[in-house]
Design a protein around this ligand. Structure first.
Ligand SMILES: C[S@@+](CC[C@H](N)C(=O)[O-])C[C@H]1O[C@@H](n2cnc3c(N)ncnc32)[C@H](O)[C@@H]1O
Length: 315
């Protein structure tokens, strides 16, 4: 009942839901439970031993899987002379951003990102992210062409060159308002979302992906839960005081399909045995072991089938 009320509040009054989520998430999501940006930056895919990450090893695993795929996409874009923007939804404590930028930087190729954007509704995590991300990531980000002096924390998402934009706001409103003028017609936009979308009602996810579908050459990389009924969520995250409803993602694929996204489900119980070929062995084994009951990794693009072939070619 309380979950339903919170879910409705999320739809009707996103600002109220944001405040609720802010106060409630911060109880659960802190450095003890979340794989914070430091952990990610101090690790590499080859070094990951998920047993060391007691609270949320699945987040660490999918963050690195997403990171490796982002690296592949950047390499493909570099081959084709295209610029890449990275947009991370539901950034939390920044682990997805950290993993993706570190993997891109770690490529043997000289890769650069045109802009980096992270969005999260919660204040404590956002503050931690805004404080830690530039200093901990320092040289790695600088060599990506994203300097701390270009850290922007206000305004609408605008993909300005050389900019790291961290927005402490509701992702749905931010995407609806985003200004895509700075995205060139040949640019590639990598949208990452690790374990954040299951919080967002389908109707709002449709708004997010409708907007994203209107931008050319978007590649979406998602790690998340399907029905959100995994053991970990039954125990900890379906509690009424945990902010907006845990809606899961069961109709997300269908919704994205209707909006023109070509998809590849990479890993998930329903398709066991269908492994990401790009993700290196150690990580693939880790993913298999630690992905929750109904966890999945999905890659999708709104480009034409030739673009999909090239940019989802890691599968
Ligand atoms: C489980 S955390 C994942 C964080 C990060 N992606 C990672 O893998 O470490 C989910 C995050 O989604 C954020 N979130 C959920 N709904 C959101 C919304 N509507 N707008 C912005 N952030 C949201 C929460 O605040 C939380 O930090």
């Amino acid at each position: 009942m309380a979950n339903r009320v919170l879910g409705e509040a999320n739809l009707r009054f996103p600002d109220v839901a944001g405040v609720l989520a802010d106060s409630n998430y911060s109880i659960y999501f802190n450095r003890k439970t979340m794989a914070d940006i430091g952990i990610t930056l101090d690790t590499t895919p080859a070094e990951i031993n998920l047993d060391e990450f007691e609270s949320m090893p699945h987040l660490v695993a999918t963050n690195w899987a997403i990171a490796e795929m982002a690296q592949y996409i950047c390499e493909q874009a570099a081959t084709e002379g295209r610029r890449v923007h990275l947009l991370d939804l539901c950034s939390g404590s920044g682990s997805t951003l950290a993993a993706a930028t570190a993997a891109i930087h770690g490529s043997d190729r000289e890769l650069s990102l045109q802009s980096v954007t992270g969005i999260d509704v919660t204040t404590p995590l956002y503050e931690q992210l805004a404080k830690d991300f530039p200093s901990r990531a320092g040289d790695k980000l600088t060599s990506l062409g994203i300097g701390t002096e270009q850290l922007v924390t206000e305004g609408d998402i605008n993909f300005q060159p050389g900019q790291l934009q961290l927005l402490n706001t509701d992702v749905v409103g931010a995407i609806k308002e985003l200004d895509d003028k700075a995205i060139g017609s040949g640019d590639v936009v990598i949208v990452t979302a690790n374990y954040g979308l299951h919080r967002i009602p389908l109707i709002q996810k449709r708004q997010i992906f409708t907007k994203l579908a209107s931008i050319p050459n978007v590649v979406v990389l998602i790690g998340d839960l399907r029905q959100n009924c995994s053991e970990i969520n039954r125990c900890h995250f379906n509690l009424a005081n945990n902010g907006p409803l845990n809606t899961g993602n069961i109709y997300l694929g269908r919704t994205m399909g209707k909006l023109g996204f070509e998809q590849r489900r990479i890993l998930g119980r329903a398709r066991d045995g269908f492994d990401p070929s790009y993700v290196q062995d150690n990580l693939r084994e880790n993913l298999k072991k630690k992905l929750p009951d109904d966890g999945f990794v999905l890659a999708a693009t709104n480009g034409d089938s030739d673009f999909a072939q090239r940019y989802l070619g890691f599968i």
